[in-house]
Design a protein around this ligand. Sequence first.
Ligand code: ARG
Length: 356
Amino acid sequence: MYKEAKDFIELMYDELGKDKQEMTRRLEQIYAEIQKTGTYWHTSEELTYGAKVAWRNSNRCIGRAHWNGLNVVDARDITNESTFIHSIEDHIVQATNNGKIKPYITIYHSDHPPRIYNNQLIRYAGYDDCGDPMEREVTQLAEHLGWQGPHTDFDVLPLIYQMPGDKVKYHDYPSEIIKEVPITHPHYPKLQDLNLRWYAVPIISSMDLKIGGITYPSAPFNGWYMVTEIGVRNFTDSYRYNLLEQVARAFELDDLKNTSFNKDRPLIELNYAVYHSFRAHGVSMVDHLTAAKQFETFERNEHKRERDVTGKWSWLAPPLSPTLTRNYHHGYSNEMRDPNFHYKKKSHSGCPIHSS
Ligand code: ARG
């Protein structure tokens, strides 16, 4: 742990141009604390900078140009249940910011945090016959705890959590804090009949944040959506909402054989609809071409500071017109650097009922 702490502290003092003597004193302090307690406590400056660098190092993320603008909430002292729920709802409200989305992270205690069972704080339930198939396991857990949704395609799941030493519980959010956008297309009124909608803010709550050898298992974080995440992946992936055929029909494209190119055509218009619906409702969203441009700026800024950019090509190339972006045309090293966000090992993230 000390080795990882030292790497991080050196990086931070170096990048922020901080006093090297102070750094030596801080390292001695951390060393002694680890000797005595087996761990150490980040200062709020370390926590804040560590979370920002974790975003900067997230190889799958195309939005990293904004890494230094992350708002970090230190919630390490929260042990009370209602304070915890309030802090989660406050994250949702502050990050939503009436539609002008702000990147936020709320970080709970590293060793005995409230546990969050949701993949994202806001997500739609998945049932055998409707909803988001990706969320079936979480939905079953919610139902096992006594939750019952109205059984539509877009039931907002409750928060599923566990305070240290307590049992797993659920909490329904007040509906007025969950901003959602109905999807319409100005030139194809039939799209409206599908009653598609999506929530405004993607807040990932299933990853570990690791800074300087310390793992924070509960640290929900968000940016804003890139249009294709919803318009290509969530709506049309065959193992998600699988809506390609229905959307094509709404656009009067009935012949879906490969050589009619009518599988490709609706994707463009659906993404146009998602983007303009979000904007019409005053909700931040970035299109894939602008996001890729911003990523180029990020790469340039990093190179100026003599840092090289790691990345996962298959995630950085957007799933719509990828060849129109520069990052399609070159490779990236997918080396993982800490601070970073890590997927949980399955045994820690699975359903508490069905895992044995
Ligand atoms: N792809 C995920 C979703 O569709 C969200 C991942 C995070 N995305 C983001 N723009 N910060 O819900």
